[in-house]
Design a protein. Structure first.
Length: 495
């Protein structure tokens, strides 16, 4: 990243209302309809149209995760902090004060981490297995990126360190043991190594490091270490991916790993290159996937047995299992006679066919479910395809081509800026420049945190943030170098 756009920093002379009583959300009820005007969102407001390149990247310190699949249903975070899910083809608004989501956990506006749901392995991180909802105790750190795996959870913290919790039967927590943890436990990434991106897989975890290397730990039965072995490790192992370039983005579909390298190429390794079918072969090193000439990838997401990438021209390529049309190429591979499917599973990237939707928009965000995929266009329309239980079009039919969802609030999605310096190169590809010790794209001499890719700002009094500075909103204050803003005490004001 050749430069960082200056962020206007000034003290907001705003008055805290005497009877301001907006509490931090104590419970996120996914079934409760809310009036978004009654929920104050602690993040600074922003106009989506003002972003250089809006989008969402899961598990990355440069971006909040505001678009993901819960099983096969898309979830969205809006700029008022509410969360949108889809039931019977219609949007359902719930919760509030959320800025980032990953599975059972939500990062709230005050940067606390709230988790709820199944907790049989301690995967909520609440200190025991009895509680079904609550806040994760991360000490004096705040989460910068989140990723939920199969009954375990990992987070990158604001100093670039990694903590994990939950099930640990294969060493997927990376703490040197195979004991389940119901509270966050630190992962030793190595001397002078920090994490830029995190992706928790089925029973393993991988992190993209500040050095451009990939480190994985946990279940190696299917070759996630890319060295031809199948021995598990409960401590991080530097992957022998043999790409020869720095890695800039990572995803862990099924028992495999797929990455984007600094040149925009895609490589995968593990079990049958994201096809989790019997007969898959382990890889010794990585396998480069073939993109069309001149094309490069700018975002990648994978779940279960397929993966997809957004390319630099706004198109989407998908590959892997296609039983229910989750590749979006107008075909499916189900062998059930009544399905009428033609086509096959493939590890050759296939273009998603949007012709039936009569659109020519570029895609700016993508997410994958167990057997489905969804994307968002630069017109903020949402498209989904693959398997469903009525979430897409209120039927149980699987869709082999993109379906336009019934949602008109796409412009309100709380996207992160994917090109913060406005040079036309996304944050992911605009890193590891000469003189950049931590690989975050900010030259070390001008980086207040030269060994921490998760932070590069010391914001002035009245503004807050890790990588951008946001003016404190009405009714809130922030001290110098604050990572988040706080609510003014009753009867006091900011001046």
């Amino acid at each position: 990243m050749s430069s960082i756009m200056p962020v206007q920093k000034y003290l907001a002379a705003t008055i805290c209302l005497l009877f301001l009583t907006v509490p931090i959300l104590n419970f996120i009820d996914s079934s409760e309809e809310i009036d978004s005007t009654e929920n104050e969102y602690f993040s600074a407001s922003k106009s989506v149209s003002g972003l250089n390149s809006p989008g969402s990247e899961k598990g990355n310190v440069f971006s909040n995760s505001v678009f993901e699949m819960n099983s096969d249903s898309p979830n969205l975070v809006l700029d008022n902090g509410s969360v949108v899910s889809f039931i019977n083809g219609s949007a359902n608004f719930s919760g509030g004060n959320v800025i980032s989501i990953s599975g059972q956990c939500s990062l709230l506006g005050n940067y606390s981490l709230y988790c709820s749901g199944l907790n049989n392995y301690g995967q909520l991180g609440l200190g025991n297995q009895q509680l079904l909802s609550g806040y994760v105790d991360l000490g004096d750190k705040i989460p910068a990126a989140l990723s939920q795996g199969n009954n375990h959870f990992c987070a990158i913290l604001d100093d670039g360190s990694v903590s994990c919790w939950g099930r640990n039967n294969k060493g997927q927590l990376g703490d040197g043991s195979n004991s389940n943890r119901n509270s966050p436990t630190a992962v030793n990434l190595g001397v002078n190594k920090t994490a830029v991106s995190i992706s928790a897989g089925l029973d393993f975890t991988c992190a993209l490091l500040n050095t451009g290397e990939v480190s994985c730990w946990g279940d190696n039965s299917y070759g996630i270490f890319a060295d031809g072995t199948t021995t598990d490790s409960n401590t991080p192992v530097i992957v022998n991916h043999s790409i020869g370039e720095s890695v800039v983005s990572i995803s862990t579909p099924g028992y495999s790993v797929c990455v984007i390298s600094s040149s925009g190429s895609i490589s995968c390794w593990g079990y049958s290159y994201t096809i989790s079918s019997l007969g898959g072969q382990l890889t010794n090193g990585s396998i480069s996937l073939s993109l069309d000439s001149g094309r490069s990838a700018i975002s990648i997401q994978g779940t279960n047995s397929h993966a997809c990438a957004i390319l630099d021209n706004g198109s989407i390529n998908c590959w892997g299992v296609n039983t229910y049309g989750q590749l979006g190429n107008g075909q499916c591979s189900s062998v059930i006679p009544s399905s009428g499917c033609t086509g096959s599973n493939t590890n050759i990237p296939q273009y998603v066919d949007f012709s039936s939707s009569n659109i020519s928009d570029d895609m700016i965000a993508i997410t994958s479910g167990l057997e489905s995929t969804c994307s968002i266009s630069n017109s903020y329309d949402i498209f989904c395809w693959g398997n469903q239980d009525g979430q897409f079009d209120n039927t149980t039919n699987f869709l082999i081509s993109p379906y336009l969802m019934n949602f008109s609030n796409g412009h309100e999605i709380s996207f992160s800026d994917q090109d913060m310096d406005g040079d036309g190169i996304t944050n992911l590809l605009d890193v590891h420049m000469t003189g950049d010790d931590d690989g975050d794209g900010v030259p070390s001499p001008t980086d207040p945190y030269p060994n921490n890719p998760a932070r590069w700002m010391n914001c002035d009094l009245g503004s807050w943030g890790r990588i951008t500075c946001n003016e404190s909103s009405i009714g809130h204050y922030s001290l110098s170098s604050a990572l988040y803003q706080s609510e003014c005490p009753l009867g006091e004001y900011q001046h």
